[in-house]
Design a binder for this molecule. Structure first.
Ligand SMILES: *Cc1c(COP(=O)(O)O)cnc(C)c1O
Length: 457
């Protein structure tokens, strides 16, 4: 098989500022060992997130010039509307400035105190928006989805047996909607099968509970279905995506992922009453319904990006990039969440540094070492992001997995950047016994990973 090349040529470049290990040591100390606190100029390869970090195409940049900035009824809105509707089929499409704004509006109108929101796994902003209303975010991913070593084609699937039992035990009237995150970001970028989406819908229908997709990576999910689900190998990703959305009553979307833009999102849904309520909140907090929280040019670029992301060659290259890196890590024996997901490699910190207990943040120890050694920025997805302190016993309650996410910005880095990243991971892995854990010196009450400060244990 020939090398799968980046299916684009580079027309504009952005220089990377080189730094030395000594400089990085000081930078890391000044940042309180929180990689979110480091200036991007001090990063060599930024794999903190794939969110809003895509390189736009020449066509998208042309869209930026073509944007219609009319306050109401802008041409760019109708272009955006038509493209989103052609893919999702939803009746109402409400633009927002990013994914969490769509979440905030949705949960403001449906989350009453004491209600429950089951999902395969809620993303951190989704969970925060639910808990903000004193409602409960419930993760019901299949057991395979919680074990980094188990190979399963659709580790993002929701556990239908547990979902049914949960609905019966909870009372369906207390469950405004059920969600499926495609792909499952917090669970390792793992896909959800069409069979699972269809069966979830069928189950929910019996209880009249609507299904919403957190659709941030719908195109990557569609590609996995094409590659892994029997009967879909010859289908186009656009048709698979349409079928995914056909089982849902609505979706939230961060355009910063699979719409290949740097800002934007939307809430889409079929229910007229909910849509009216959502637009009323939108007008107060985001903007008029034909621009939401965005400029006309942004809507235009999203419309173009949503078409480019469904290009079969693009998706082939995209998923192959992650797979390629996984193969290199296999060669070195580095533990990571298997199989590799759609937008990132998730190092398995529990296996990588078994001598660091969860309450000392093993993922953070690795993330800091990758920065120190190679200037690479990654993101801890473990006890810092999802851990809690038991209010009674004061003991640490950690999530099932301790992960370090290396997320791949779309169309930004080349194969040599990934080869370099593997070399750095290999070097850190060789000296893993020397890594030490961390403790908080500052911790915010919500979404603490963004602003926390640490010291070495
Ligand atoms: C990024 C993300 C969000 C939130 O979107 P923002 O644009 O960052 O506000 C929600 N859900 C998932 C699965 C995400 O990856």
């Amino acid at each position: 098989m020939k090398t799968i090349i980046e299916p684009f040529r580079i027309k504009v470049v952005e220089p990377i500022r080189m730094t030395t290990p000594a400089e990085r040591e000081e930078i890391l100390l000044n940042a309180g060992y929180n990689l979110f606190m480091i200036k991007s100029d001090d990063i060599l390869i930024d794999l903190l997130t794939d969110s809003g970090t895509a390189a736009m195409s020449d066509s998208q940049w042309a869209c930026i010039m073509r944007g219609d900035e009319s306050y109401a009824g802008a041409r760019s809105f109708y272009k955006f509307f038509d493209v989103v509707q052609a893919i999702t089929g939803f009746k109402h499409i409400i633009p927002t400035h990013q994914g969490r704004a769509a979440e905030r509006i949705l949960f403001e109108i449906i989350a009453k105190p004491g209600t429950y929101f089951p999902s395969n796994t809620h993303f951190d902003t989704t969970r925060a928006n639910i808990e903000y209303h004193n409602a409960n975010a419930v993760d019901l991913v299949i057991p395979e989805g919680k074990d980094p070593k188990v190979i399963h084609p659709f580790k993002g699937n929701i556990d239908l047996t547990r979902l049914e039992k949960f609905i019966d035990d909870t009372d369906p009237d207390n469950i405004p909607i059920c969600m499926l995150t495609v792909t499952n970001n917090s669970g390792g970028g793992q896909p959800v099968s069409l069979e699972n989406i269809r069966a979830t819908k069928r189950l929910l229908e019996r209880y009249k509970i609507p299904l919403f997709l957190d659709a941030c990576r719908f195109a990557e999910n569609a590609y996995f279905i094409k590659k892994r689900e029997p009967g879909y190998g010859d289908k186009l990703c656009i048709d698979i995506a349409r079928e995914m959305f056909s089982y849902a009553d609505g979706c939230t979307m961060s355009a910063k992922k699979d719409a290949l833009v740097n800002i934007g999102g939307f809430l889409a849904l079929n229910d007229d009453t909910l849509a009216t309520k959502a637009r009323n909140v939108l007008i107060v907090t985001e903007g008029f319904p034909t621009y939401g929280g965005l400029a006309g040019r942004d809507l235009e670029a999203i419309a173009q990006g949503l078409q480019e992301v469904l290009d079969e060659d693009y998706l082939h290259y995209r998923i192959r990039t992650v797979e390629y890196m996984a193969e290199q890590l296999d060669r070195l024996g580095v533990p990571y969440l298997k199989p590799a997901g759609g937008h990132a490699i998730y190092l398995d910190a529990k296996e990588f540094v078994p001598h660091i207990p969860p309450e000392q943040f093993p993922g953070q120890a690795i993330a800091c070492a990758l920065y120190l050694d190679g200037g690479i920025r990654s993101c801890e997805i473990g006890s810092i992001m999802f851990g809690k302190t038991d209010p009674l016993t004061k003991s640490h309650i950690g999530p099932d997995m301790e992960l370090v996410r290396l997320a791949f910005p779309r169309r930004v880095y080349t194969q040599s950047h990934f080869d370099y990243t593997v070399e750095v991971i290999g070097k850190v892995f060789e000296k893993r016994d020397q890594l030490r854990g961390f403790r908080f010196t500052y911790e915010a009450p919500m979404l603490r990973h963004f602003t926390a400060q640490f010291e070495k244990v």
